[in-house]
Design a protein around this ligand. Structure first.
Ligand SMILES: [Ca+2]
Ligand SMILES: [Ca+2]
Length: 239
């Protein structure tokens, strides 16, 4: 799954900073790739424009654009769905420069969560117990999703509130402690009614979605009693 945010970006001003081009919306960043004078095969679109910034705007308005190449001699913009890297099939084409979209730089199985600037992976076909789920996320150099902000709760409800009824996330109640915290130490809010009830030594956290509400709520569950669907989060990979 990829999010299409091109439409909202059409009103953004594209700015240039040394090797990077970014929009004034602050999130869409293109980084210069040091491949020159070669035109890579497999572009999705070819258009005429008068500047590399114009080419960046074309990339922003093209769904799933992950790289673009601009020929500064011929004023031609090439749009790529894939991240252009050296080693592609190419033809010599003097004047070519390439940029790629940093925010889309998430590993396979992860996709970019634009509002929170994270790479996110949803695992709903292989339920695991809390510690096994956290270990899987740590294997990817991440951790279970910490839903500690309204933006993240909104993101979760918007994208999973209807299709996934319950989901494990990254919070824990240490043995013998009364205070709940997210894995990053933030406080937990938005408890579901009558929760946490610690009904049978419940020290891990589960999301409860309600379809008719725009927020999400939390319930404490036993850490080792049953397996759960879960979400991993990792930082965006700058390549
Ligand atoms: Ca407890
Ligand atoms: Ca409970």
């Amino acid at each position: 799954m990829k999010f299409i945010w091109a439409n909202t970006l059409m009103s953004c001003v594209i700015l240039s900073f040394f090797d990077e081009i970014r929009s004034d919306c602050g999130r869409r960043v293109y980084s210069l790739i040091h491949i020159y004078d070669r035109r890579m095969d497999g572009y999705a679109s070819e258009n005429t424009t008068t500047s590399v910034k114009g080419c960046a705007e074309m990339c922003a308005s093209f769904a799933n654009c992950n790289s673009f190449g601009y020929n500064v001699n011929e004023n031609i913009c090439y749009i790529y769905v894939e991240l252009v890297k050296s080693g592609y099939n190419y033809v010599e084409d003097e004047g070519m420069v390439y940029y790629w979209v940093l925010e889309e730089s998430c590993p396979p199985n992860y996709y970019y969560d634009n509002p929170n600037n994270l790479c996110v992976k949803v695992v709903n076909d292989k339920p695991l117990m809390f510690q096994d789920a956290e270990t899987e996320c740590e294997t990817d150099n991440g951790h279970l999703l910490v839903a500690d902000t309204p933006e993240k709760r909104s993101f979760l409800h918007q994208h999973y509130g209807i299709t996934i009824s319950e989901l494990g996330v990254g919070a824990i109640q240490a043995n013998g402690m009364e205070e709940w915290t997210w894995l990053n130490g933030a406080n937990i809010t938005n408890w579901s009614p009558y929760q946490p009830d610690d009904s049978g030594n419940e020290d891990c956290l589960q999301i409860l979605f309600t379809i008719n509400d725009t927020d999400i709520y939390f319930n404490d569950i036993p850490c080792e009693a049953f397996q759960m669907k879960f979400i991993c989060e990792i930082p965006v990979q700058r390549q």
